[in-house]
Write a protein that binds this ligand. Structure first.
Ligand code: URA
Length: 244
């Protein structure tokens, strides 16, 4: 029978951060166990049974092995359960690992494109954490022509209510100056819409086309396929999860 262990030790062992970093995360109320916020660092967890989330992302130590890419269509919510239509309802009922996998990060209801599903909590955490600098690439359609000055401001970082955005890459995909590609390493709520909104542009279409080395490619809306061995390896490599 496995012993219960201290929450801070469990998270540090998993590689979420140093002991000091995970203590700070717990004290800030960023960790939930079975849906309840826990701020006591010596709280005892059963890593095999408890559902542990750090900053909204599931982490776990049990066998990890399901990795999928999915084309999220517009009109559904990125959540495991909701009153509204969720991404889960598009997944085949016989998909291996269906009851274990969860979507990594969120796309808005009206956003389409690449969403990774996995049961690998550490990989999920690293995909989302800016420390690992994994790029997320989006195609963006805005309501009016963008100026060179605005492009420069977005690249350098814009001030949002929750802080300045990190430097990113952005460029026009055609001569209309309304169809752009942007590459960011953050995963903040409504990030792209807020960045453009701050400078007076409305995002009227948003599609994620890549997450680090994983590309949407020619997947069709609502299609899900397992990541290839090469894709998993390249993703893990980019996130410091492969040694040698
Ligand atoms: N930024 C947004 O504004 N929405 C998304 O769905 C993803 C990134």
């Amino acid at each position: 029978m496995k012993m219960k262990m201290r929450l801070d030790r469990f998270l540090a062992n998993l590689g979420i951060g140093s002991r000091r970093e995970v203590v700070s995360l717990i004290k800030k109320g960023k960790v939930t166990i079975n849906g309840q916020k826990v701020t006591a660092t010596d709280f005892k967890v059963d890593p095999e049974k408890d559902l542990i989330q750090v900053e909204g992302v599931y982490v776990q130590v049990k066998p990890q092995g399901f990795y999928y890419k999915f084309y999220k269509p517009k009109g559904c919510i990125t959540s495991k359960a909701d009153k509204d239509l969720t991404v889960m309802e598009f997944l085949p009922k016989d998909l291996p690992g269906l009851n274990r996998i969860f979507p990594v990060g969120r796309l808005d209801k009206d956003t389409e494109g690449l969403l990774i599903f996995t049961d690998d909590g550490l990989l999920a955490h690293r995909i989302l954490h800016p420390k690992w600098k994994l790029s997320k690439t989006y195609q963006v359609l805005i309501d009016k022509e963008i100026t060179e000055e605005s492009l420069k401001k977005i690249e350098e970082g814009v001030n949002l209510s929750d802080g300045k955005t990190l430097p990113c890459k952005v460029f026009c995909l055609d001569k209309t100056r309304k169809f752009l590609q942007i590459e960011v390493i953050e995963g903040r709520y409504h990030l792209i819409k807020r960045m453009f909104g701050r400078l007076g542009y409305k995002v009227v279409g948003l599609k994620r086309t890549a997450i680090g080395p994983i590309e949407l490619g020619d997947l069709k809306p609502s299609e899900i396929v397992p990541l290839s061995f090469e894709e998993i390896q390249s993703l893990k490599k980019a996130l410091g999860l492969l040694t040698g």
